[in-house]
Design a protein around this ligand. Structure first.
Ligand code: UDP
Length: 474
């Protein structure tokens, strides 16, 4: 519909990570940065994605790319701006890749023709900008079609797939078939976990790269309990804290203040002493918000005066997720249908996305306020929200699916439950609420696991090493 939008990326020093890294990791990061500076002198690395905010891909690009720039490498980020048909269709691909039928629509020749046609304008614009010595990362199904359009430029093209399931059935395989011709034309395909690599692709041209978090971002930085209370008070979720200023540190190091109220559906703010179970996610059925509400009704509320907080982005803000508004409306209706005693314990929050630092600070405060963080996804390629909560020493109860099961070592750094078993989820949460010592031990181990495996600096080094090993396209 319109030309891609370019994001003005700040520059941050990768050395900032040093204090969180073990000696050998520090050296690895430094060596990769040195090598990449040489390899990419005079060249650019492009990232093309489909939304500026909301969801894991935007989160990762926003947090990682400034450190690439800080390492002295010219990195750029373009965001597609296509029409609503396109994003409805690519959401179908997204859902299908998760073995979910989504809107049930077809993936036929007619759809392919419109998909490719729609990308033409963006492709033409990017072709005029990308140089043959550059590297282009295309993220997810929305941008896959661009592989064909950009290949003639001669640049190295990497398709980065952030979604999928370990055991694809007919639905996921049909989406893989649709996208396969683009993926095959890329120089390299990168998946978030080994189990997500498509069987139809040349293994020599597939790599695995886990997502990562930025410990210094407003979303993950340290926040003391007073600031947590103040931020939750400012958005209307907390009953205390209104007398303190809701301050945080912005990504650029300047002071920030939470100003915008959230869109809240609740009887009243969460009482200061209440036990809180929280899930932060886009409004997406695969995150199973309804299943969580049912779990509150059937297992949690009868046993404990626990409050459930479901928070996600303000649905108007996430350009590539047209189902968000629908799911938000469904969840609200589900809440309205609850008996008053249950409704009182369910808080829904649509968080403003106009200022992403502010949004991150609110997510941060919610995750820290939670006695238990839950991620009840039915399918999850990775699940950054899990790593974010683990970094904050939260005990996390997650579904035993995809990337959640990879991040959490069950019983050591969190708890895993069958996503179709609300009783097991309720028991796990109640067990943690009854045993704060165990909850603390799981949270402490969780942070260490994230420190070792999921911090951005190590991932950057891996990307540098991967690109160094990539032969230039003949
Ligand atoms: N997120 C956010 N604001 C919100 C809700 C979610 O910034 O209001 C972020 C969340 O903190 C996480 C990302 O969106 O960083 C979601 O990534 P995840 O991998 O968990 O799921 P995805 O949305 O990619 O399916």
């Amino acid at each position: 519909m319109a030309r891609p939008k370019f994001v003005l990326l700040p520059s941050r020093p990768p050395e900032a990570f040093a204090r969180h890294l073990a000696g050998e990791d520090r050296e690895r990061v430094e060596a990769a940065a040195r090598a990449a500076r040489e390899q990419f002198a005079g060249r650019a690395i492009w990232h093309v994605s489909s939304t500026l905010r909301g969801g894991g891909v935007a989160e990762m690009l926003r947090s990682l790319l400034p450190y690439v720039r800080g390492a002295g490498i010219d990195t750029r980020w373009a965001v597609l701006r296509e029409d609503p048909w396109f994003f409805r269709f690519t959401k179908r691909l997204h859902n299908n890749l998760h073995e979910d039928r989504g809107d049930g629509g077809p993936l036929g020749d007619a759809e392919r023709a419109v998909y490719e046609q729609t990308l033409q304008r963006s492709a033409a614009h990017l072709r005029g900008l990308v140089h043959r010595d550059d590297v282009v990362f295309l993220h997810d199904p929305q941008t896959a079609g661009l592989v064909w359009d950009l290949a003639p430029v001669g640049a190295t093209i990497v398709w980065r797939c952030h979604v999928g399931v370990d055991a694809p059935g007919a639905t996921a395989l049909r989406a893989q078939r649709f996208l396969g011709r683009y993926a095959q034309a890329a120089d390299l395909c990168v998946f978030s976990r080994r189990g997500l690599v498509w069987s139809g692709l040349d293994p020599e041209r597939c790599r695995v790269m886990a997502p990562s978090i930025d410990p210094f971002s407003p979303k993950n930085q340290e926040l003391d309990p007073d600031s947590v209370a103040a931020i939750l008070g400012a958005v209307g979720l907390g009953a205390d804290g209104a007398d303190r200023p809701p301050l945080f540190t912005r990504a650029d190091g300047s002071p920030g203040r939470v100003e915008r109220p959230a869109e809240l559906v609740q009887d009243e703010p969460i009482p200061p002493a209440a036990k809180v179970l929280a899930q932060v996610s886009r409004w997406d059925r695969l995150k199973d918000p309804d299943g969580l509400i049912e779990c509150l009704a059937s297992g949690l509320a009868p046993a404990e005066d626990v409050h459930l907080l479901l928070a996600g982005p303000d649905t108007a803000a996430v350009a590539d997720d047209p189902e968000g508004a629908l799911v938000w409306a469904e969840v609200r209706a589900h809440r309205d249908a609850l008996p008053p005693a249950l409704r009182r314990r369910l808080h829904l929050a649509g968080l403003p996305m106009a200022d992403l630092d502010e949004n991150g600070a609110v997510v941060n405060a919610i995750q820290r306020r939670a006695d238990v963080v839950v991620q009840k996804s039915l399918a999850e390629a990775f699940g950054l929200t899990v790593a974010e909560a683990m970094w904050k020493c939260r005990p996390v109860v997650g579904s035993r699916v995809g990337g959640i099961a990879e991040q959490i070592v069950d019983g050591e750094s969190g708890l895993l439950v069958d996503p179709r078993d609300p009783r097991a989820l309720a028991d796990a949460v109640l067990g943690l609420l009854a045993d704060p010592g165990r909850a603390t031990a799981l949270g402490t181990a969780a942070r260490e696991r994230v420190r070792r495996h999921y911090l951005g600096a190590v991932r950057l080094a891996e990307y540098g090493e991967m690109l160094a090993g990539l032969e230039a396209r003949p």
